[in-house]
Design a protein around this ligand. Structure first.
Ligand SMILES: NC(=O)c1ccc[n+]([C@@H]2O[C@H](COP(=O)([O-])OP(=O)(O)OC[C@H]3O[C@@H](n4cnc5c(N)ncnc54)[C@H](OP(=O)(O)O)[C@@H]3O)[C@@H](O)[C@H]2O)c1
Length: 648
């Protein structure tokens, strides 16, 4: 028998089972690492003690020649009788972060691997050809587009083989209890999220019994799903996968969200805005607790940023969906960016759920009508300078506050990661129309349990984005310095800025040093100085950067409020004449290696990020945006290495 992925978690369980339970005496176990796989030697010894002859080989199943060589080495007097294809790789990411490279990594072991095995064994008289698929391909799975497609191919291949009269069985497994290579990345919260969707974990013994039933139980369907279900949980999750809708009745959550029994709409009807907000806060807390696996909804502080409680891109989509189901509102993809705390979410929902006939409160500052559309039209027409000038011109529409009033307008810093390492990170988001602390959510996750990561937002990026803005650069920097001093304490800290947040980071460092407070270092993530577009050979710059932002707005279905564009214009005005001055702190500029579309790669000057005062440079994978999205892990690694120089 051949088991691909046979040295992995489930492969090893099966190998033992085949030997002990079914008396298999000749086993070929493969993986790309072969004998170097941790635990391989012990497994082979154990199986040998049980009387089996085990051959281990380092074979990439996606490599047809290697698979052919492997099959050729099987002695003719002990011919191959069965194949179990359990090789697989998982790399969870939401669709916007899915790159060709990541898609390929997940597809090849399953798709190319299974096809190679199919083609090369087609003429052999096999008794069984079993494919380890996943129920994700049947039910769908958050962040698993690539994995779902890979497993759907296995299911289809089993059906294809059956149609050809060849043995073929695809097992669409649910989640096993055993932690294996493909499930090692799942946190307790992820497992809880999967359980909430109605998938009961499979214990090792139960899983092997299911294998026996599926393979030897006389079933003739080419695809079986050994995936124990908790139908009640699946119904309560609200979003029941289509294939289960005949089995599960979705709970009528919108009718009684919050658990108080009475329909939500009826409960809200008699209340004023403050009362609706309080009732909705309970709903938000209940849904957030469910998504974040928080034991006590009532203990979730109304004012705490959800990313501090562990909300990431996957769970923010789930929270948005659950709140949509609970309230009946159609909620935007930017929901938790715009309204980052439970309190802000409840206030937003209370405003949106205004009972019929009640006049909506007037907005304090009218947004410039159609600004986003005009800006987009200029951009699409290649008028990038004019688009930038438009934003500068409309900025004065915004209300301002001065230095003395800054305390009433400072957004609360958030701490999306904490841990004991001595050097903390203080991060400044960019100042584009889609900026905010969420930019650092994934980056910060890499530091969870390791060190404190603080994010200091600038005003103008929450709610409808219409809050007053600082009247001068001095006011902005002073409020950021105040926030930083209140968050970091006495330990060493590295200031991090991404894109135009690099200008904020540098200006804050200068102001701190003027006061005798010395940051350990400054890490700039693909920052260019504000006057980059005015440099010879850099005329492409504004169009490429704004193009990247608009492309993201389309792809993530973000809502672009006009006010966010006026915020962006206002900050561009504040920084227009600012240039970085000398600082004592060492500066590390992390340059994105991949150009954005529209970059003059072969232009007269190097297209990559630059900084006009002395600094070191390191190149990092990804482009201006993906360095903090799908490549956030390697960016975090570069910042970690930088922080290590200052004491860890
Ligand atoms: N665990 C679960 O809950 C679960 C649920 C549903 C489905 N499944 C499926 O069950 C199978 C086994 O998963 P597992 O949980 O045992 O994970 P695992 O411990 O990571 O085992 C997978 C094995 O596949 C091998 N592999 C990956 N790419 C390969 C390639 N190109 N050529 C040859 N071998 C390759 C890996 O070894 P190398 O890295 O050395 O190549 C690894 O040992 C997978 O197909 C998975 O999708 C698992």
């Amino acid at each position: 028998m051949l088991v691909t992925g046979g040295l992995g978690g489930l492969g090893a369980l099966l190998a033992r089972h085949l030997v002990t339970r079914h008396g298999v005496r000749h086993l070929h176990l493969t993986g790309r690492r072969g004998a170097d796989t941790p635990g391989a030697a012990d497994l082979v010894r154990e199986l040998a003690d049980l009387g089996a002859a085990v051959t281990v080989s380092a074979t990439d199943v996606a490599d047809r020649r290697a698979v052919r060589d492997l099959l050729d080495r099987i002695p003719a007097d002990r011919p191959l009788t069965a194949v179990v294809h359990a090789a697989g790789v998982v790399d969870d990411v939401t669709i916007p972060g899915l790159s060709g490279e990541r898609l390929r990594a997940v597809l090849t072991p399953k798709v190319d691997g299974a096809w190679n095995l199919h083609v090369l064994t087609r003429d052999l008289p096999l008794d069984a050809f079993v494919l380890y698929s996943s129920v994700a391909a049947t039910l769908g799975g958050a962040g698993q587009a690539a994995y779902t497609a890979a497993n759907a191919f296995l299911d289809a291949l089993a059906a294809h083989r059956a149609a050809l009269g060849l043995p073929g069985l695809s097992l669409a497994w649910g989640l096993w209890e055993e932690t294996t290579g493909v499930t090692a990345h799942l946190s307790a919260a992820d497992r809880a999220r999967i359980a909430r969707r109605g998938l009961r974990p499979i214990a090792a013994g139960g899983g092997l019994a299911l294998f026996d039933e599926a393979v030897f139980g006389g079933h003739d369907a080419p695809v079986l799903a050994p995936a124990p279900l908790d139908l009640r949980a699946a119904g309560a999750a609200g979003d029941v996968p289509p294939v289960l809708r005949g089995l599960v009745r979705p709970a009528r959550r919108a009718a009684s969200a919050g658990g108080a029994g009475e329909p939500l709409a009826a409960r809200l009807a008699g209340l004023d805005e403050a009362g609706r907000e309080a009732a909705l806060l309970d709903v938000v807390r209940a849904e957030a607790a469910a998504v974040l696996d928080h034991p006590d909804p009532a203990a979730i502080p109304a004012g705490q940023a959800l990313i501090e409680l562990g909300l990431d891109s996957l769970t923010s989509v789930e929270l948005r969906d659950r709140l949509g189901a609970a309230t009946g509102l159609r909620l935007p993809a930017t929901l938790t960016f715009d309204h980052p705390t439970p309190g802000a979410l409840a206030a937003y929902a209370a405003r949106e759920l205004v009972p019929a006939g009640t006049p909506r409160p007037a907005r304090t500052t009218p947004a410039a009508p159609g600004l986003a559309a005009i800006h987009r039209r200029l951009h699409d027409g290649g008028k990038h300078r004019e688009a930038a000038e438009l934003l500068l011109a409309v900025a004065p529409v915004r209300e301002r506050f001065g230095l003395a009033e800054r305390h009433g307008h400072a957004p609360a810093p958030v701490r999306p990661a904490s841990g004991p390492a001595p050097v903390s990170l203080v991060c400044f988001p960019a100042l584009s129309a889609i900026s905010g602390p969420h930019e650092y959510a994934r980056f910060a996750q890499a530091f969870a349990g390791e060190r404190d990561v603080h994010v200091i937002p600038s005003p103008g990026f929450t709610g409808d984005g219409e809050e007053p803005l600082p009247d001068s650069l001095g006011t902005l920097i002073r409020m950021n310095v105040d926030a930083l001093r209140a968050t970091v304490g006495d330990g060493p800290f590295v200031i991090v800025g991404r894109s135009m947040g690099g200008c904020v980071a540098h200006a804050v460092a200068q102001a701190l040093e003027d006061e005798g407070i010395f940051p350990a270092g400054i890490a700039l993530i693909d920052s260019y100085p504000i006057d980059a577009a005015a440099q010879e050979g850099m005329e492409w710059w504004t169009g490429a950067m704004v193009g990247g932002m608009l492309e993201r707005i389309d792809r993530f279905e973000l809502e672009l409020h006009d006010a966010r564009l006026t915020t962006m214009g206002a900050y561009n005005r504040l920084f227009a004449q600012w240039r970085p001055g000398p600082v004592r702190a060492p500066i590390l500029l992390l340059r994105a290696l991949e150009p954005l579309p529209g970059t003059a790669v072969d232009g007269p000057r190097d297209w990559r990020a630059y900084w006009p005062v002395p600094h070191e440079v390191a190149d990092i994978p990804g482009d201006h945006f993906t360095t903090l999205e799908e490549h956030a892990g390697s960016t975090a690694e570069a910042v970690r290495a930088f922080a290590a120089r200052f004491g860890g």
